[in-house]
Design a protein around this ligand. Structure first.
Ligand code: UDP
Ligand code: MN
Length: 326
């Protein structure tokens, strides 16, 4: 086999071209021209992926990833560039036969509200599996918390869900800042909510109010409005309350909650039915209230209360062949 000792002339003439020292600037310019052609496409893909992740962060699949689903930047349903206020609905809830039915009714409304975050606080020593599973599949962005009401407070005449609402306020103060636009609303699980209510409350600057159906011993309770200002209350129960409204009858701007870090629901010194008034006294005056729902002439939320089901024929020991969650 003949091993060539030297390269042919034609080969030699090619050599300098493939030599790295001579060719480097050529490769560099090729690389940069390709890079600048591809750059806009890469940016488009990045923007599309970003938009897509924001959209999917509302889906149950993401909710399943953890008990808390934060939604700081996503503004689902809002046109690009519109910094729509988030609605933070605080729902205390406790284990009982109708709990899942109540939460289902709420979910069917809340799922349709854009820019919405549900803070569900279980009155329980743990976050129960039933509620955790329910929320994960609800399609509503949520935070799942729990705090157990001490037994000594679980008596008739005692205010309910004080610790749960305060836990939600503490969560907001910890996880939201001055830059977050939002409105806080107390959404008990035994009410019925019109979708219109959420658009009414969304523009709340400090504290807004509106009528509530089936409370105060009447068909409805409402703030009386004259010249765009609240001047009194139409109610069938304790009209001497400074704020004669139900928990479902007002909303508070998130910045008012953050700006009054000590404002909370009280047990000490609070008379039955005075929770709302005692809370609102800490953050506003009657003359500053913002009337919503056509100057407080429309009922958009009802204290429906689900009847306790009759289960006298429920067997002591399971008779059915399967275990079914109700
Ligand atoms: N709640 C609670 N623990 C209780 C009783 C009630 O967390 O021991 C919740 C309940 O699910 C509801 C809110 O607190 O969201 C208000 O309770 P309820 O409607 O029974 O009170 P009422 O309307 O009679 O004042
Ligand atoms: Mn109630």
């Amino acid at each position: 086999m003949v091993i060539p000792r030297s390269r042919s002339v034609s080969e030699r003439s090619v050599l300098p071209v493939v030599s790295p020292t001579v060719n480097f600037p050529v490769m560099k310019s090729v690389f940069f021209s390709r890079f600048f052609i591809l750059l806009p496409w890469v940016l488009i893909v990045i923007i599309m992926i970003d938009v897509d992740t924001k959209r999917t962060s509302r889906t149950p699949a993401v909710a399943r990833a953890g008990r808390t689903q934060h939604q700081r930047t996503a503004r689902p349903g809002a046109p690009a560039g519109v910094n729509r206020s988030f609605i933070y609905a605080i729902t205390p809830t406790y284990t009982r036969p109708v709990q899942k039915a109540e939460l289902t009714r709420l979910t069917n409304a809340f799922r349709q509200v854009p820019s919405f975050h549900w803070i569900v606080v279980e009155d329980s020593t743990t976050r129960t599996e039933m509620v955790a599973r329910f929320l994960a599949r609800s399609g509503v962005p949520y935070t799942h918390l729990n705090v157990f009401t001490p037994r000594r407070f679980k008596r008739t005449g005692m205010p309910r869900a004080t610790e749960q609402r305060n836990a939600a306020l503490a969560w907001l103060r910890q996880h939201r800042t001055r830059r977050d636009a939002g409105v806080v609303f107390f959404a008990d699980d035994d009410n019925t909510y019109s979708l219109e209510l959420f658009e009414e409350m969304r523009g709340t600057k400090a504290v807004s109010v509106w009528p509530v159906g089936f409370v105060g011993g009447r068909a409805y309770e409402r703030p009386i409005v004259t010249g765009g200002k609240v001047v009194g209350w139409y109610t069938g129960w304790r009209p001497d309350r400074p704020f004669a409204t139900d928990m479902a009858g007002f909303a508070v701007n998130l910045q008012v909650i953050l700006g009054n870090p000590r404002a909370q629901f009280k047990r000490r010194g609070s008379q039955p039915g005075m929770q709302e008034s005692d809370f609102l006294k800490q953050i506003t005056n009657v003359s500053d209230l913002e009337p919503k729902a056509s100057n407080c002439t429309r009922v958009l939320v009802w204290h429906t209360r689900t009847e306790k089901p009759h289960m006298g024929n429920e067997p002591k020991f399971r008779k059915d062949t399967v275990v079914i969650e109700v």
